[in-house]
Design a protein around this ligand. Structure first.
Ligand code: NCD
Ligand code: ZN
Length: 346
């Protein structure tokens, strides 16, 4: 097969940032995807419908001419989120979903939730109205080893939470472990996961290959090889509760190549092609459309996109250094490497 035509895909987990950075990275996503779930971890975080509406307007205003890309907004949950306000924002079509960041788990999460049990009234309401909860699944605190944080979160926080709220739709975001795969596979129809390109491609050795590789550092951090294989196998399997979420998370070169570098991998420039390359390597091209375009909307209860896109078998090299409108530079994931598929311009 040298050409693949599929329903237009969506990105179910994306960091666009704001201002000049957002204007610089948005075109990459808008070119490949019809919609994206936009993460709310700005400074300050997007905690109200009014803030989300303003942010959505800024994204729409920054779109390239002619683009019909649709940002789907999320609410950043805090200890103070009011169930009524959240439900109103959802009813008004501003919030598609809400995001749970355990306090201090990752970039811009200081205002996150300190104890998930405090959220029970919010989660109860979300379950009633069918609003999905998106979860950054890591425990925080110095006692738990960084490579165990996802597995410990699933065992001590997520499993009890899902038992307390059995009908809540939950997306475990950017999964990195065999335990996360098992959690989804053995969970109910209302439990799903997103998978990033990097977590199908790199393991923790890659972060230290020949020296420290700050551009391969993201959270949750890549794990052992057996976990990479478990995540990769699940993603290409055709299972309807695993779907595409890039977690593209741009940080400037200076913020990445630093004594205390930020977590986040900027994969937007070639995200779709990077995923497809993996599906091809795994001999699973027939499952690509489900992962990229069908499973996500079905889980969220949204219509599948109407248009189609075509990818062609063609060897090309991903651009490595990306300029931004603020003069800062970004490094792209897979930059300088060859991919075997390329999106055909519409
Ligand atoms: C994300 C960011 O930079 O906003 N970083 C990351 O490593 N993935 C936050 C997140 O999704 O954890
Ligand atoms: Zn993220």
């Amino acid at each position: 097969m040298d050409q693949l035509t599929i329903t237009r895909p969506d990105d179910w987990h994306l960091h666009l940032r704001d201002g000049a950075m957002m204007e610089s990275v948005l075109p990459y996503t808008a070119k490949q995807f019809a919609r994206a779930i936009v993460m709310p971890n700005l400074t300050p975080p997007v905690t109200t419908a009014e803030m989300a509406k303003g942010y959505r307007d800024r994204i729409l205003a920054a779109l390239p001419e002619g683009s019909d890309f649709q940002p789907l907004m999320t609410c950043y949950l805090t200890d103070d989120t009011a169930p009524d306000d959240l439900a109103q924002g959802h009813a008004d079509g501003i919030f598609t979903a809400a995001k749970l960041y355990p306090a201090n788990a990752t970039t811009n999460s200081a205002a996150g939730v300190t104890d998930v049990r405090k959220l029970d009234p919010v989660l109860k309401r979300m379950a009633e109205i069918g609003m999905p909860l998106l979860v950054h699944g890591e425990v925080t605190g110095p006692k738990v080893d960084i490579f165990d944080r996802e597995a410990v979160f699933i065992e001590t926080v997520l499993t009890p939470m899902v038992e307390r709220h059995p009908s809540l739709k939950v997306v475990l975001e950017h999964i990195t472990t065999g335990q996360a795969v098992e959690f989804v596979e053995t969970g109910g129809h209302n439990v799903a996961a997103t998978v990033t390109p990097q977590h199908m491609i790199i393991n923790r050795n890659d972060i230290f290959k020949g020296g420290i590789r700050p551009h391969l550092y993201c959270l949750p951090v890549a794990k052992r090889e057996r976990h990479r294989l478990a995540v990769r196998t699940a993603a290409v399997s055709g299972h309807p509760r695993f779907f595409l979420g890039t977690d593209s998370a741009p940080h400037t070169l200076g913020a990445k190549e630093s004594a205390c570098g930020c977590a986040g991998i900027f994969n937007a420039p070639a995200a779709l092609e990077t995923y497809l390359n993996v599906f091809d390597q795994e001999d699973a091209l027939e499952n690509f459309e489900g992962f990229a375009s069908l499973h996500g909307p079905r889980f969220y209860g949204l219509p599948v996109n109407e248009g189609k896109i075509t990818l062609r078998r063609e060897s090309w090299m991903v651009e490595e250094d990306i300029d931004t409108k603020s003069g800062d530079k970004l490094k792209a994931f897979m930059g300088g490497e060859e991919l075997g598929w390329r999106l055909v311009d519409a």
